[in-house]
Design a protein around this ligand. Sequence first.
Ligand code: F0G
Length: 456
Amino acid sequence: MKFETIIEPFRIKTVEPIRQTTREERLSAIRGAHYNVFQLNAEDVLIDLLTDSGTGAMSVYQWAGMMRGDESYAGARSFHTFVKSVAGITGFRHVIPTHQGRAAEHILSSAMLQPGDIVPNNTHFDTTRANIEHRGAVALNLPIHEGHQPQTLHPFKGNMDVVALERVLRENAGTVPLVMITVTNNSEGGQPVSMENIRRTSELCRAHGVPFFIDACRFAENAWFIKTREPGYADKAPLEIAQEMFKLADGCTMSAKKDGMANIGGFLAMNDDALAVTCRNSLILTEGFPTYGGLAGYDLEAIAVGLYEALDPDYLQYRVRSVEYLAEKMLAAGIPTVRPAGGHALYLDARAWLSHIPQHQYPGWALSVALYVEGGIRACEIGSVMFGRQPDGSERPADLELVRLAFPRRVYTQSHMDYVAEVLLYLNTISQDLRGVRIVEQPAALRHFTAKFALL
Ligand code: F0G
């Protein structure tokens, strides 16, 4: 007999109370936050789906590891434990700890990029793009075209367009110092990349003599999708799949706040000896001594354990199934989402759902406000507020108006997701009454974090 209930593969040993609020209290809180959920106090949120980054629950083994943390400035035991763990999965010769993913990106960009260079990726995450542009280089997105179509089903919608990549490499010889691939592809809906696509990208890079790095934040979720969707991988362990994936690359950047199962941390890893020397020198300047980077010894221990817990098949099944479970309820209710569901998040398609709100009135933002007011749920707009303002100050609507419901790791249960579904189904009954928003005040860059809004 196959039972349908999602079994969270853990018992809960420590709990953190969350607080119910009334609709009136939430209205007052969101007004005080100028209708920007980033400005809310977390205490006023019931279910926080703003991000899966650094928001997970650690295991008893991670906490035990933290007690073993060696806080020596140089050569700490915890560093060796960390390196052994990372190298056991990635196989890379040099492992450089950083305080989070963007620090690894910053160090790598500083070491490898010159103004005018081009760095292709399936889709750059914002911080990767910002670090590349900070060097005066161009961050080029080359996703397959299905990646831009919310409703089109594709098992590996996060793939790189390798035909376009081949052309870019051929036409720009000498100005592409680095190619990256992001697994899973967060900006396109948490969609996976197939092993075949990583292999073809790797072959192209090797043929053109260009180093190939993986943005590995969600490498374990990507391995699970390969196991369950790609022919030939069903009988392989997620660890073996991850090892095979990393073997195709020359290095990686990593935010351990995702599939490192930690609340902070990251690393940069590579095989190139000379590049590693340059990166370590830059690390000493910006993060810390090479055996701790930007981290405490206890953080290194928590990550060393967490990386393997993220590869546990029972955990991965629970994780991916939880997102899919919510997605199925949306599909049944006719609420449009990016399909199929991503590994770490469900992305609501606000433009399709709230088609009466024009893009310049920010339908995704309006939906994030309504989710909070009606249900105390916090989610993140990925649409024209986030991407619409151009560097010259003009406005251009984003390709998609999405609202991301990101799942913190091992934090919420099936009944929390039932509640989220109930709120969304209720919103569906009042969706025609929802109104757009306008921006009252905004900063020049990254406006979604601090802009002030008014309801229309
Ligand atoms: N790459 C990807 C694909 C990411 O999703 C993130 C972070 C980073 C790099 C940067 O890592 O935060 O440790 O510096 N994503 C978070 C999110 C913030 O909410 O998706 P970081």
